[in-house]
Design a protein around this ligand. Structure first.
Ligand code: A2P
Length: 333
């Protein structure tokens, strides 16, 4: 791309869409024009970008004429319908939904891990991975490089932001209702999420796992180019606003010591070690909220499996789990 690109955000009013505006601005992303697209409900409303008020337009089939890069975050149905239209119009689509992630003609990219994959995008679509998968792999990639990852046993503690703006609104309203004694309303989750945890993220499959849990397996294999990687995952929704935490047992070809494992994080972009339990220092979700970097800590030898480490990874779901990763992919272009 020789000239500065004309960029669009599809789903600009959503939790991730709004964060994309923040990331483009914070990173001083070079662009000639930014177009904001959302549903007819939002058309005509305004959002601020770099001190300028931009008017939101309704997404239509004609929205992509002249647009070079479109960051999609309006749900899988919108991506399936409008992504290919945008790609045919010559626009490169960076899609935050799961619609195209496992398509062999669509690269699935975490820029710190497999940036080279972004160069080959025959369908003009590049997929942004699942948020828990991105954050997990940010913690595991340095260890994989040093010791050769063969398996993952994961339990996630996923923030309500993963359900979009409605998930955040539901937790906020339930917290207020609990404080005031008002009745609890549930729309997004099958159970009250305030003061609770729900071991159910996305739809259950015949295997007993949920779709979200299977994403860690299939997307992890594709991003790391490890077709035989073994993954068992339990995904849990917790009453946290916007950072995901993941408890991991990671199994390797080599047998790493804790000191060797810690050393792999010494000069990695996008991930930092916070691991001094004696001083109560370990990653917590509030510490990564609004931050670009993922944090890793609690690294210790697994007491059950050989060649295995237990660890804890935390990252901002809206940022590195979604908006930031998408903007970093756009930077690769
Ligand atoms: P709108 O605010 O106009 O409904 P979230 O994941 O945080 O819920 O955000 C979803 C995003 O997807 C919002 O920006 C929302 O816009 C957008 N969206 C939902 N339905 C459509 C649609 N039919 N056409 C375009 N954008 C849509």
């Amino acid at each position: 791309m020789n000239k500065l690109p004309h960029v669009a955000i599809v789903g600009a009013t959503g939790a991730v869409g709004r964060e994309m505006l923040v990331c483009l601005s914070e990173r001083n992303f070079p662009l000639s024009k930014l177009t904001l697209l959302a549903s007819a409900r939002s058309a005509g409303k305004k959002l601020t970008f770099r001190d300028e008020e931009l008017t939101i337009e309704e997404l239509t089939a004609d929205s992509f004429n002249g647009i070079d890069i479109a960051l999609f975050s309006a749900g899988g149905g919108i991506s399936e319908k409008f992504g290919p239209l945008a790609a045919e119009a010559g626009c490169i689509v960076i899609d935050n939904s799961s619609a195209f992630r496992m398509d062999p003609g669509v690269p699935l990219v975490v820029p710190e891990i497999n940036p080279e994959a972004a160069a080959n995008h025959p369908r003009n679509i590049i997929a942004n991975p699942n948020c828990s998968t991105i954050i997990t792999l940010m913690g595991l990639a340095p260890l994989h490089k040093a010791f050769g990852l063969t398996g993952i046993i994961a339990s996630t503690y996923q923030a309500v932001s993963g359900s979009g703006a409605q998930g955040i609104a539901e937790l906020e309203s339930q917290i207020k209702a609990l404080a005031s004694g008002a009745p609890i309303e549930k729309k997004v989750y099958p159970h009250q999420i305030a003061h609770n945890v729900i071991p159910h993220v996305d739809a259950f499959q015949e295997t007993g796992y949920t779709k979200e849990e299977q994403k860690m397996l299939h997307e992890g294999r594709k991003i790391l180019n490890l077709p035989d990687l073994k993954v068992t995952c339990t995904c849990v929704r917790v009453p946290v606003m916007r950072s995901h935490s993941i408890s991991l047992t990671a199994i390797f070809e080599k047998d790493p010591s804790v000191a060797e494992a810690r050393a792999t994080f010494s000069d990695r972009a996008g991930v930092k070690l916070v691991d001094d339990p004696a001083s109560d220092l370990y990653p917590v979700p509030l510490d990564t909220t609004g931050q670009d970097d993922c944090l890793v800590g609690r690294i210790r030898k697994d007491q059950v499996l050989p060649n295995a480490l237990a660890l804890w990874v935390v990252g901002d779901q809206v940022k590195k789990g979604a908006a930031l990763n998408a903007v970093q992919i756009a930077e690769l272009l």
